[in-house]
Design a protein around this ligand. Structure first.
Ligand SMILES: [Zn+2]
Ligand SMILES: [Zn+2]
Length: 217
């Protein structure tokens, strides 16, 4: 069964309430889903005040684990460390950074600031550099292979630098609408299409299990 550590609900720019979002993920074949709505200083406290208890209730109600989190989005790079710590202090289990995707004007320096802040996952890092990949591997920050249109343009680079530096890689749907959740076959194709071998894809799936266990502790 699938794990997705980067998705959005109606609490930011996703389509569904958390209950339906998590329920639909379960029906699609997921066993764990993180709710990582877009966050900056304007909403991080109110978001987590809602999503932490909601995820607890949904995890108890259905046979799927819902993890509360945030995706820090378009925040000034010098604020990323502080917001990462704040998110964790408010109960976030997963801190995702909205990385330097090729399709949005994300501030330059965001990738490295997020790695140094030790976020859990650097999402869609775009034109990832060797230095960023090396540092992410040293600090244990997972790099995302994205299934989302536009964000996925850097996937091949993430896969090849990930291989070179031994990074932990994860595949996330970045779901905003229920149709964005992946089936297992498409999840596999996202990995193979990024250039992973079957063996590397299987390793990625095992790494996601290990990462999930760490985040749930
Ligand atoms: Zn993003
Ligand atoms: Zn996202």
């Amino acid at each position: 069964m699938l794990i997705d550590l980067h998705t959005h609900t109606f609490m930011s720019d996703g389509a569904l309430l958390p209950s339906e979002h998590v329920r639909r993920a379960w029906v699609k074949g997921y066993r764990a889903v993180a709710i990582t709505d877009h966050a900056d200083i304007s909403n991080i406290e109110s978001l987590l005040r809602k999503s932490v208890p909601v995820c607890r209730e949904l995890s108890a109600a259905w046979p799927i684990t819902a993890l509360p989190g945030v995706e820090l989005t378009h925040v000034p790079p010098e604020h990323i460390d502080r917001l990462t710590k704040l998110a964790r202090s408010l109960g976030a289990r997963v801190v995702v950074m909205h990385g330097e995707t090729p399709v949005e004007p994300v501030p330059p320096g965001t990738n490295m600031a997020a790695i140094e802040a030790r976020v859990d996952i650097l999402a869609h890092p775009g034109i990832l550099t060797e230095e960023e990949a090396r540092r992410a591997a040293e600090l244990g920050v997972a790099l995302e292979i994205s299934a989302r249109r536009g964000h996925c343009l850097g996937n091949g680079l993430v896969a090849s630098l990930g291989r070179k530096f031994g990074n932990t890689l994860v595949i996330n749907s970045d779901t905003h609408e229920p149709g964005d959740f992946l089936r297992e076959e498409l999840h596999r194709k996202v990995g193979l299409g990024a250039g992973l071998s079957e063996e590397e894809y299987a390793q990625l799936c095992r790494n996601s299990e290990t990462l999930l266990e760490r985040l749930m502790k």
